[in-house]
Design a protein around this ligand. Structure first.
Ligand SMILES: C[S@@+](CC[C@H](N)C(=O)[O-])C[C@H]1O[C@@H](n2cnc3c(N)ncnc32)[C@H](O)[C@@H]1O
Length: 266
């Protein structure tokens, strides 16, 4: 994308989590300012992009698991990010074309690209929304999804943009209360459990430059998001260790410090 043609309302000089992540995944929907952050992160930590890829691979595995093993056909993906490869609806609809997906993100660039890319897709909705106002997201989701049947809410690599002061646990509890019995919550979250000093320096560098603060949590703090859910095996583990594909050796945890888990509302 070029800065000159940036859509109205988008500041290409202020790196955004959606565009930084897109750059990390090798996408084209980002600006020089976003790529500079990626370069800085790469200098501090050579596995920054590998970490993003490991997270994205987990998201694909958990969605496939939900459709194939748990029988879920509806997904609410909050903090969905820019469309990339293996988008949630593509993974789910490859198994059952009847799967319904609602993507939500607070970055207007995701709306612009999402709506264009998904124009022809069936059973897919894209909406602008802020997880901080999860009540409004849930209200809109009820128009697109049937909350009397199982819905999986995906919070992949988004809760770490909330500090404890913003009380993300309360927001997740609101989601839990909206879910029917048999609904699911999938969470992935960056952690400083590994190389704590370097991880925190990295989070500080990110937060100083980007439009959102990066707030890493430890395993117990990530597990606490699943209060009121039954954790599905193997629980909250490093994303690469969450049901890896047969024959695929997970990346060493030092090279992808992201926790991931899936819970079912009893
Ligand atoms: C690192 S990307 C993750 C994308 C995708 N979920 C994945 O895991 O591949 C984080 C996304 O969360 C979005 N985001 C950050 N804070 C948000 C908020 N308060 N409400 C909704 N989306 C948010 C960003 O705009 C970005 O697109």
């Amino acid at each position: 994308m070029t800065e000159e043609t940036a859509p109205r309302g988008i500041d290409p000089s202020l790196p955004s989590p959606a565009r930084i992540y897109d750059a990390m995944l090798g996408g084209k929907d980002n600006y020089a300012a976003d790529r500079q952050v990626v370069e800085l992160l790469r200098e501090m930590y050579p596995y920054a992009e590998a970490t993003a890829r490991e997270n994205r691979a987990w998201l694909g595995r958990v969605v496939r698991h939900l459709v194939e093993e748990a029988g879920v056909r509806q997904f609410l993906d909050i903090g969905a990010g820019l469309p990339t490869q293996e988008n949630v609806h593509q993974v789910a609809q490859a198994v059952d074309p009847g799967c319904r997906v609602m993507y939500v993100d607070n970055d207007p660039i995701v709306m612009t690209h999402g709506r264009a890319l998904l124009a022809g897709a069936k059973n897919v909705t894209v909406a602008e929304g802020d997880l901080a106002d999860v009540g409004t997201i849930l209200e809109r989701a009820r128009e697109a999804l049937d909350f009397t049947r199982p819905v999986a809410v995906l919070l992949s690599a988004v809760l770490h943009f909330f500090t404890d002061d913003q009380d993300p646990y309360r927001l997740v509890a609101q989601i839990r209360e909206a879910l029917p019995s048999g609904g699911y919550l999938a969470v992935s979250h960056g952690t400083s459990d590994i190389e704590r000093d370097n991880s925190e320096a990295l989070a500080d560098a990110y937060s100083q430059r980007a439009s959102s603060t990066l707030f890493l949590r430890d395993r117990a703090q990530v597990t606490a998001f699943f209060e009121g859910f039954d954790l599905i095996d193997p629980g909250v583990v490093y994303a690469g260790h969450w049901r890896p594909l047969p024959g695929v050796e997970p990346r060493p945890v030092e090279q992808a410090p992201v926790y991931a888990g899936l819970g079912r509302r009893p």
